[in-house]
Design a protein around this ligand. Structure first.
Ligand SMILES: NC(=O)c1ccc[n+]([C@@H]2O[C@H](COP(=O)([O-])OP(=O)(O)OC[C@H]3O[C@@H](n4cnc5c(N)ncnc54)[C@H](OP(=O)(O)O)[C@@H]3O)[C@@H](O)[C@H]2O)c1
Length: 264
């Protein structure tokens, strides 16, 4: 069963790549009652031009929020602004999309430093941890509002956290995927994000908040590179279809943009 995505939706890392297209397609596909909180590090700067164009293109539908997921003060301020906007309606969907792949070029373990590991964990794991924790009361509010209609049924329309992960996080798939991309800080931080996904799913199921990991495919972005087979539109269209179909049975699992389950 598919449910239309709806309500208040927060996306991190939206000034380029997959995040930018998530905002665009959510603005296109969701109804009048929904609102998108598009977070990025510098909403006032030139790096957010494409995002600002979307705000103009979809009047009243998108609010830009300043957020650096690696900075706790920034997370607190961003969630305060969102909380004031959404009020009693709460937050229906949090998409933790912002991430880095350090060092930028796929590097051998010998060319990877501690700083690459620390930054990857700070942005790819501690960031989603913090923002999810701060957004929890808002997600709970949204889940409660729909309790009379939805009972114990979880969905991305009701209340959910989607952690954008990667095939490269899969420990089982590592022998197969390691030769094509070593990326040790990225892989290990995303594997930790998967464990965060499992922990959140267990912790938040009493509130009927769904939590799942999603692999967007190999996508043509600054991170994915020019030879990646998928466009951002194809990846995001697929991921939004998958999000629309998620239910209780999917919480605590990792799926790809076509809805296939990826082993841990
Ligand atoms: N592209 C792929 O093939 C692929 C494959 C598997 C998984 N993924 C995952 O998909 C997601 C999006 O990837 P992408 O390809 O769109 O990457 P991207 O083009 O490199 O964009 C990354 C986004 O994250 C933001 N970001 C980085 N650090 C941040 C921080 N500290 N605070 C807030 N925002 C921050 C960037 O903002 P700035 O412009 O300010 O740096 C940018 O908006 C990531 O989670 C990635 O791991 C991508």
């Amino acid at each position: 069963m598919s449910v239309e995505l709806d309500g208040n939706i927060l996306v991190t890392g939206t000034n380029r790549g997959i995040g930018l297209d998530l905002v665009k397609m959510l603005a296109e596909r969701t109804g009048q009652r929904s609102h998108i909180y598009a977070c990025c590090r510098e909403p006032e700067g030139s790096r957010a031009e494409a995002l600002k164009e979307l705000v103009t293109q979809y009047p009243g539908k998108i609010t830009l929020i300043k957020l650096d997921v690696s900075n706790e003060d920034s997370v607190v301020s961003a969630v305060q602004v969102v909380s004031a906007h959404v009020g009693a309606a709460g937050l229906n969907l949090l998409i933790n999309n912002a991430a880095v792949n350090m060092p930028e070029r796929p590097a051998l373990m010998s060319a990877t430093g501690k700083q690459d590991m620390m930054l990857s964990y700070e942005i790819n794991v501690a960031g989603p941890f913090l923002i999810s924790k701060m957004c929890l009361p808002l997600l709970q509010k949204a889940a409660e509002i729909r309790s009379s209609d939805d009972g114990d049924n979880m969905s991305c329309r009701r209340s959910a956290i989607i952690n954008i992960s990667t095939l490269f996080s899969s420990i089982e798939k590592c022998p197969e995927t390691f030769p094509m991309a070593q990326m040790v800080p990225y892989r290990t931080s995303k594997a930790a994000l998967n464990m965060l996904t499992c922990c959140q799913a267990e912790d938040f199921k009493t509130h009927n908040i769904l939590v799942a990991g999603l692999h967007p495919g190999w996508v043509r972005t600054d991170m994915g590179g020019e030879i990646a087979p998928l466009s951002t539109e194809e990846s995001v269209r697929g991921m939004l279809n998958v999000m629309s179909s998620l239910s209780n049975k999917d919480s605590g699992f990792l799926l790809d943009w076509e809805g296939n389950r990826i082993p841990w």
